[in-house]
Structures are given as structure tokens and as C-alpha cells.
Ligand binder design. Sequence first.
Ligand code: 3H9
Length: 704
Amino acid sequence: MSDVVTLERRGETALIRIDNPPVNALERAVRDGLRVAVAQVRDDPDIRAVVVYAAGRTFVAGADIAEFETPDFETDGFREVLDQIEALDRPVIAAIHGTALGGGLELAMACHYRVAVPTARVGLPEVTLGLLPGAAGTQRLPRLAGAEKALDMMLTGRAISAREAVQAGIVDELLEDELVPGALAFAEQVAQRNDPLPRTSPRAVDPATVPDQLFQRAREQLVKRPTGNPGPSRIIQCVEAAVQLPFEQGVELEARLFQECRESRESAALRHRFFAEREARKIPGLPRDLELRPVKRVGVVGAGTMGGGIAMNFLSAGLPVVIVEAEQAALDRGIGLVRKNYEASAAKGRMSASQVDACMALLHGTLDYADLADCDLVIEAVFENMQIKETVCQRLGEVCKPGAIIASNTSTLDVNRLARATGRPNDVLGMHFFSPANVMRLLEVVRGGDTAPEVLATVMQLAGAIGKVPVVSGVCYGFIGNRMLESYLRETEFLLLEGATPSQVDRAIQSLGLPMGPCRMIDLAGVDVAAKVVIEHRATGGLPDDPAYRAVVQALMEQGRHGQKTGAGYYRYEDRKPLEDAEVLELCGQLARRFGIEHRRSISDEEIIERCLYPLINEGARILEEGIAYRPGDIDTVWINGYGFPDYLGGPMFWADTVGVQEVCQRLADYADLRGNDHGYWDRSALLERMAAQGLAFSDWPFS
Ligand code: 3H9
């Protein structure tokens, strides 16, 4: 017997146990082990029933995603063993706990019966990896649950509860007993009944149960909202085949389409994303068993939009929050906004009224810093200004109890300076939430020069517990995300000064798949907010001596064009619809003349994409070279979760590999020649140059 699959007899029932931590992925050794176990059952006439279950925290959570990178990967090995299970002449029962996902649910569907503990969840999330279920899941699920339900589950990748799975016909029974005893009792019952074995593959989907136009409507949705993900259109094709074709033919189609997806760049990018997000939680040099500081109560300073949003993360996770404001009116407004946000969620059916009340009951507002004395973590979210933040940090250093963690939500300021202001820099780090803080998944965790290892580890763990995707950044201006954004916005503005229009820049960037180009993005975030960041950056000596540097955003602010909220910014707005504005084009023309920038008749989309994104990649390489980010995947995780970079492009560094690092480097050199390089805008990072010279890709990181 193999290490990962064992067979044990319990009376007349065989117990097949899969034990392949951490998530019992269906890797080759598991498939081989299952094959051996099935043969053993086949050869033993005394076995009357079989239970398949998994050890540890979950049933099988899918195929081993890393295996898809093997160039000659085949789905046959999966389907063969599942078919052998289904073909057994004694009842086979899958006993599910934790999550049966992807290949895990496909394994369960090949069994004759499925039982589950009530907390279990089942789903086919392959689409999130740019794939479709490749072990006959597209054919078995419609036969069990109907085409409509199957299509919905596969297109959304959503896992459903065991209870919902029973209603859908996917799970036969919820276990009241514990997993193995419950499944054994179920097995004995079915063995005694001696019913014909309910195999899934010979069933047909009754066409009468398929809603009219189901597949056509699904295709129309895809046209309306294209995703760049190769999975959905092929999933529709497979489910349609499950309705129309015999099982074998459907499976053949599935195998072919699965390979098309697996070999696509988009699926490779989505798989990269999966592992990058998990890798980002690991901090080099920190022992895994570090003792964490307990966090049971959280404090937030500042009840503005940001502070309120930050508080909601903890309230929703059941942690009490103390929120401090300077004035009663601001406090009331802030708390009112938190309630309003929760009520909006309740109105959309995402939470119940009693859940809203429970969250609000955990929130305590105060004007007195002394009320923070019991908190284990305090996050300041006051106005982005060094003097104000330093004063707040000093107070926090005094009032917070020993061992409490103090965090700043700054997006640009020097975390080391703020740490010193507290007088206890070991306890301090940055927690840079993205707006709206209760919605956006990214959290940049800024590691200060003196941050204690267990403080960093505690916050990384806590971030996961509140549903965030945390990425560690070192201390620098703008950390990982905003620092890279700066070069993107710099080139956006130079392109406008050279004669490109906001809509042209936005369209070119959106053609890559970004949901919003830079001009629309600033209009939404606030031109005033963006301009103030530039002004502050200049005041602290962080900008080159170039009067044309981001002159457009500052001029727009001076004209009161603060973006969508004032009805005008880079665009003018009618009913929130952005329209090109001749005044903005005129303004750009005037600024260009003032700074001696030549107006060009035509600027290609290709140039816009290269000029906006290649410097951003170059800055990413600098961030790696300086050790601000640990790995290229961390940068990709920031851009996908914080800035809407399309996940099917894998993030900017993954995308750079797709374009070719040598090409990126060469084009940066070309633009230095073409546009001039007086201010060093086109200087290539040493790392990028080395990579280009040695033919390295970011996926080769870490380089020796
Ligand atoms: C598939 O099944 C295709 C089929 O149709 C067959 C085709 C022929 N593979 O997320 P966590 C690792 S496609 C490899 O932190 P949690 C993960 O990297 C697959 N590794 O835990 C991490 O490693 P490390 C369809 C995997 O408790 C560790 O396990 N299935 C896989 O927060 C813990 O993971 C899916 O897409 C995997 N399949 O969440 C499900 N899964 O510790 C993917 C996990 O070194 N998995 N790892 O960083 C999940 O959604 C979550 O992991 C799960 C647990 C909900 C199961």
C-alpha cells in the first residue's frame, strides 16, 4: 500500500483513507494509491461496501495545481481511476468533510453515494484558475444536479454548503454522527439494501429540466462582460455536451478543452496568482512557530471613511473595536457611516439585520485616547500628514499597553519616523489598507527597520483572519503599489502634454484588460487627492527638478476640477458618464507650450501601453533590487488585489515575462533616446539590465 492511500477492513466494509497533507491534493501518488486500493477491493469478494475518506482538515481539495505546469500533463490518469471506482460492483461511498473541491468533488461524484458532515462545502473552482473541471466533472455534475445548477457552480467557481448540495442532489445524506462512523453506518445500510448501484455516468440529463436558452444566455453574458479567462466559454460548451451527448463523447470534449485552457497563458497567469498569494504570506527568515501576540481587541484612531472601513474588517470578524475621534460630531458621523455600510449589505441580502446589530454592538466610539489602553492592536488612520501622524503616534506610544501593536495606515509616509515617534519602534509597523477598506482585499504590511518579528507575523496572520491578502513591503515612498503607480501616472501626464487625449490613454490601457485607465481612475479617486500627494512629495524633496512633472493634475485641481465628484476632472461628466472635454485638451496644450514640450499629431496605443507600463515594471525591478518586496509574485499580488491589474495577465511582473524582459529593457532604452532622459525617467534598474543580459525572467527568481 502507498504512504498516502491506505485500505483498512472494518467488518465487511473497506475504508480507503487518503492522507496527503496539507489539502489531500489528488497528485500522482494519490491516484496510484487509489488504483491499487480499487484493485484490492475488486479482488476481495468479502468486501461488501467501500468508504473513501480523507485524513486531516479536509477531503480532497482538488488536483495538485503545481502538476499542471508539467508540459506533458494528461487528464487520462485522473479519469481512468475515477472510472474504475465507478465501475466497482460494490457500493462506494465518499465521506466528505472540509472542502471537496475540483478533482475532489469529481472523485466524490465517481463514487456511488456521497455523505457529508454539515460543515462541509463542495464546488468546482477550476474557473478561478482559468480551467474547467478535467476529470469528468463537467459531465457528472449536470447529471447529478441538472444543467442550470452545474453551469452556475462551474462558471462562478462558488463552493456550496453540504445542505445546499443535498438539495441539489449532489450529496445523498448529511451525517449526524462523526465522519467515519457515520459513513460506515451508511455503507452498511446500502450494502444490506442491495439496490442497483446509482452510477452517475450512464444517467442522462432530462432536457425538460434545462431552462430555455440557458446556454445562449450564458454566452451572451460572456459577450457583455468579457473576462479574458479561457474557462467560461469552454465550460458552457461542456455542459451543453453533457445534455446532448453520451458521457464518453462529453468526456472526450472536456479533455480536449481542458488541455486548451491549461496550455493558455491566461491559465498559467491565474495559477501563478494562486501560488503567489499564498507565498506572499511567508516571510523569509521568520521561524514558522514564532509565538504570536494575542489580538482580541482593536483600536482605530480616526473615524473618517478610512478609519470606519478599517474598523468594519475587525467587527465583521467578531472582534471588538474602539474608535477614537477628536470631536463628537465627527465620531457620530463616522459611526453612522459604518452602520449605513452594514445596512446596505443587509439590503443586498449579504447579512441579516441581527448580524448588523451584532457588529454594531462590538463598536465603541470615544473621544478619549485612554480608552485604547485595553487594545492589543491600534491602527491610526488620521489625515495623511507627517506632523499630525507623528503627534498621534506619540500619544499612542504613551497610552497603549505594553505589548500592544501600533500600526499606521499611511500610504506614503516614512513608517520608521512614525515608529520612532511612539518611543517603542519594535511594536510598530504599517498597515496600508486600500479604499474602500472594508471591501478591498489587499493589505500592504510595512515592515519597519525595528519591527519585532512576532509583531510582523501576528499582523500577517490577523490579516488572513479578516479576509485580506497581505503582502509585506519595506519602507520607502509609496511602498510597493503607490511607488510603482507614480511612474505610470508620470508617463500618463507626459502623453497628455504630447497630445494624447485622456480617453485615448484610458482606452489603450483598458484594451489590455485593466478595468479603468489612469485618467478615469484619478477622476474617481479625486484629482485633489492625487494633486496633493504630488505637492507633498515635492515639498519633501522626493521629486525630480522638472516643472512639467505631473503638471496636469495640479492644474486641474487649481481649476476646481476635482474629478467625478465635482462633475469634471480629466473628463467632464454627464450622469457619471465621462466625456472628452475640449477645455482639458486646451489646458494640456497650454502646459505643453509653457514647458516646451512638442505636440505630436498621433500617438499609438502601443506607445501608450509601453510608456505607462514598462517604467512601472522597471520600478518593480528596483523594488526587488532594494529588497522592498521579497519576490516578484508579491508585487503581482499587490497589483492584482489593490489596483485592478487583470488576474489573467498574472500581474505586471508576470506580464513582463510574457512580453520578455529583454524587450522591456530595450524599449526603455529606445524611449530614453526618443524622449530624452534629462531627469533619469528612463534609467533602467540594474536588476532589469542584468536580467536582460543573462536572459533571465522574473519567474526564475530568486536569481543565484
Ligand atoms: C482541479 O482540481 C482540476 C481537476 O478538474 C482535475 C483535472 C484533471 N494544489 O489555501 P491554503 C496548498 S484544479 C496544490 O493556504 P486554506 C497551498 O498552496 C484544483 N496545492 O489553505 C498552501 O500551500 P503552502 C481545484 C494546494 O485552509 C496549502 O495547500 N481546487 C492546493 O486557507 C494550504 O492552502 C482548487 O482550486 C491544490 N489544489 O484553504 C482549490 N490547494 O502552505 C484550491 C491548496 O505551501 N485550494 N494547496 O502555502 C483552496 O481553495 C484552499 O487551499 C482550501 C484551503 C480552501 C482548500
